[in-house]
Design a protein around this ligand. Structure first.
Ligand code: 26V
Length: 748
């Protein structure tokens, strides 16, 4: 990339009479032209990263930073009288739901920055994750027409590389849109758009449509097959152009990573092509697939594990169904020789008339990994116990990571500048260098505290502008931002806040340091209980913020439309990060890592990567509470939430607010939340131990509150978190994938 030439191009842009959108396109295109002209060495071996979600966020500032022109571009345009910050209104590319999609984006960033050849494959949804706003405290969803205003100047349509994807009832054209990922290498994110007929176009219209109806399920299967088959089709075809049918060499040049089971149809398509088009034997094709595919699991929640009715797949993809059934028999024959009946049943590809996509992935993959140590242990002991017993060599852990470029250098320039001044630039290439910053040094602590204060002020301004709520300036900022799900226990935080509220009103917390609770979360459109929890928290916010007796000491704000860009504001401005999932349920969490990197302490359970965060900071810098994963089964065996609450009247007082008229509940949504705590609903009463863990949660919140009074001590904890976060960089994670799974040999 020729930086000087890019600067000249930027200087040459005339701003007069142009709209913000026109300038956005023009500046982005100038950068793109430079990127596209940069020559690339052909790689020896490329990783294909299959993911139905890529949550890229806003690309403009990220890309200008990556190109090393962000500051200068800002100056150039300021001189022309144009403020580049207006592009903070550019829509996020929100083609993902949450952690899994954002992880894919972080991994693309790290692979490019480390020089590993990696191409992402996914779907170019016309509408990304819905936009959220609140009306009377309730979530309203609106379609995310992300291309409408600002377009997509960071991608290039490659009509010349389109490919047909064949379903029984229609043929769909998959047109690639390539987004360059700029780093030491320029990698590509290739998203396919479905074209042809109006029916065909539906395939790439929406991210994750509801799949509780037959039509919804069929559409989901179409989406999964669509992008998997398009990618595999191209990869195989390009391979044969250079190597003919010598597929034994395929794994020398290609390694495939399945980001969860959503692209498992890629396995079937690979086998179908090799056997039907290129006439390999089935056994031979399976052998090559086994050397090519790897699988990452991201959840153990039973409702999120994909199983597709054989009949449903047969209806639109008969050949694929046939291949998967054949694979089932093939695997069974292999296992029957030495494995027990119980084990082969558990590992079976076809189970109860359905394809278990996870079992396909485990069978065919050379490596299967979980995303945090505890999660991988759960995979080995529970979810894939039989497979682990019989093929333990396959299983390994790669703890997740987040990119320090977006999640530190871009979103916390002040902290990055402080590191530059203290260490020079070396930390930018290896976060381990941050350990040289001593957390007991008074000057470091002062500098860090000043930066935190700036980031809190900026966050307060942003929230005031977006939500119209003025945050208390001298309070502890406590954030819980993530998807809304019962296992993440936003409800437990809500109940804890009510508890604090009543205690404050009763004059029981005389030395309480003001606390601001910041929530951000979207609930799936059809997830009624999650939506009710949002309403409950908004009700609590209204009650608390409107009460003159407490509102100088306690405040609650639920921001609307939380996403990547909002996270970039909230995370640096937070003191305490809430990671309070029921132990065993959060595979890893990645928000926890972003907070750590920005010097927030974690208040959480021993779940997911929290455990490793505590390890990395050696204990006392974070706040841990709650039932441990090893205790949960035993607790549940004797747990009766009604009895538990009867013995703890202060908890009763807060749960009663769900039904006693404290809050308006015309539709009975809060009553249903109450029922989930005390009655058998679709889960056991208080399935996620919200009430059980609440007393300890409160104690821990109050401990944080007390500790914060010693400002220096608290800053030390925060700085220690920030300077020990190297382990949670996606650079570390990608190095591990490259070495242990992909076997990439790159000298860099
Ligand atoms: C999917 C679904 C689908 C249907 C109903 C409920 C439900 C609940 C959760 C999910 C999760 C899908 C997979 C996922 O996003 N997992 C997240 O992956 C992150 C990256 O590895 C990890 O940090 C999070 O802990 C994990 O939840």
């Amino acid at each position: 990339m020729n930086r000087d030439r890019l600067i000249e191009k930027l200087k040459a842009i005339d701003v007069t009479g142009k709209t913000e959108q026109e300038l956005y396109t023009e500046i982005s295109k100038a950068c793109m032209s430079e990127i596209m002209e940069t020559p690339q060495k052909a790689p020896a071996k490329t990783v294909s990263y299959f993911s139905v979600e890529f949550l890229m966020g806003r690309m403009f500032f990220n890309n200008l930073m990556a190109l090393g022109v962000l500051d200068e571009a800002k100056e150039i345009f300021e001189e022309k009288g144009f403020d580049l910050n207006c592009f903070e209104d550019v829509e996020d590319a929100a083609l993902g739901n949450g952690g899994l999609g954002r992880l894919a984006a972080c991994y693309l960033d790290s692979a490019a920055n480390l020089g590993y050849p990696m191409c992402g494959y996914g779907i170019r949804y016309q509408y990304g994750l819905f936009k959220q706003r609140f009306e009377d405290g309730c979530q309203i969803e609106e379609a995310d027409d992300w291309l409408k205003i600002w377009g997509d100047p960071w991608s290039v349509r490659r009509a010349d590389e389109k490919i047909d994807v064949v379903f029984k009832d229609m043929t769909v054209t998959a047109v690639p849109y390539d987004m360059p990922i700029y780093g030491k290498r320029i990698n590509t994110l290739r998203l396919f758009q479905a074209e042809g007929s109006p029916e065909a176009e539906k395939i790439s219209e929406y991210l994750y449509p509801a799949d509780d109806t037959e039509d919804g399920k069929l559409l989901r299967i179409r989406q999964e097959y669509f992008f998997s088959a398009a990618a595999v089709g191209q990869l195989v075809k390009n391979f044969t152009k250079k190597n003919g049918k010598n597929f034994d060499r395929f794994p020398e040049f290609h390694v495939f990573q399945l980001n969860d089971t959503h692209a498992v149809f890629a396995v079937a398509e690979f086998l179908r092509l090799l056997t039907k088009e290129y006439k390999l034997t089935f056994v031979h094709a399976v052998d090559i697939a086994k050397k090519t595919f790897n699988y990452t699991n991201h959840t153990i929640l039973p409702e999120a594990l994909e199983c597709w009715d054989v009949k449903l797949v047969e209806k639109i993809l008969p050949e694929v169904a046939h291949i998967l059934t054949r694979l089932h028999l093939h695997a069974k024959r292999e296992w029957d020789m030495s494995y027990s009946v119980e084990d082969t049943t558990e590992m079976s590809i076809v189970r109860g008339g359905r394809f278990s996509m996870a079992n396909v992935a485990v069978y065919v993959s050379g490596r299967v990994n979980g995303v945090a140590e505890i999660h991988t242990e759960i995979l080995k002991k529970r979810l894939f116990a039989a497979a682990y017993k019989n093929a333990s060599y396959k299983f390994l852990n790669v703890t997740n990571g987040v990119t320090p470029r977006r999640w530190l250098m871009l979103c916390n320039r002040e902290l990055a500048d402080f590191y530059d001044e203290s260490l020079g630039l070396k930390w930018r290439f290896d976060l381990n260098e941050l350990r040289e910053i001593h957390c007991t040094n008074e000057n470091n602590l002062k500098a860090f505290a000043a930066i935190k204060a700036i980031k809190k002020r900026q966050l307060a301004e942003y929230i005031e502008q977006k939500e119209g709520v003025k945050l208390l300036p001298d309070a502890i900022y406590v954030s819980q931002v993530k998807r809304l799900h019962e296992y993440k226990r936003q409800l437990m935080t809500a109940l804890a806040i009510l508890y604090l509220y009543f205690d404050l009103k009763d004059g029981k917390l005389p030395d309480f340091t003001p606390m601001v609770f910041i929530f951000g979360a979207k609930a799936a459109g059809g997830y009624k209980r999650a939506k009710a929890i949002i309403k409950f928290i908004n009700d609590i916010a209204e009650l608390v913020n409107g009460d003159e007796e407490v509102n100088a000491r306690l405040q609650v704000v639920f921001v609307q439309n939380y996403g990547v860009s909002y996270a970039e504001k909230i995370i640096p401005g937070t003191d305490v990060s809430l990671q309070v999932s029921t132990a065993g349920f959060e595979a890893s969490g990645t928000g926890n890592m972003k907070f750590m990197m920005n010097g927030a302490v974690t208040l959480g359970t021993l779940d997911g990567a929290n455990i490793e965060i505590v390890e990395a900071t050696r204990g006392w810098h974070n706040y841990i509470f709650g039932a441990k994963v090893t205790e949960i089964e035993k607790i549940k065996a004797n747990y009766d939430p009604c009895e538990f609450v009867a013995q703890n009247l202060k908890i009763k007082r807060v749960t009663d607010t769900l039904t006693d008229g404290t809050f308006e509940d015309e539709g009975g949504e809060l009553k249903e939340v109450y029922a989930s705590l005390f009655e058998q609903t679709y889960n056991s009463p208080d399935h996620y131990l919200v009430l059980y863990d609440l007393p300890q949660y409160l104690e821990t919140l109050l401990m944080v509150n007390r500790d914060y009074q010693d400002k220096e001590l608290f800053a030390r904890k925060q700085l220690a978190n920030a300077t020990h976060s190297a382990r949670f960089s996606s650079d570390r994670a990608i190095e591990e994938y490259a070495e242990k799974i992909w076997k990439l040999n790159i000298s860099h």
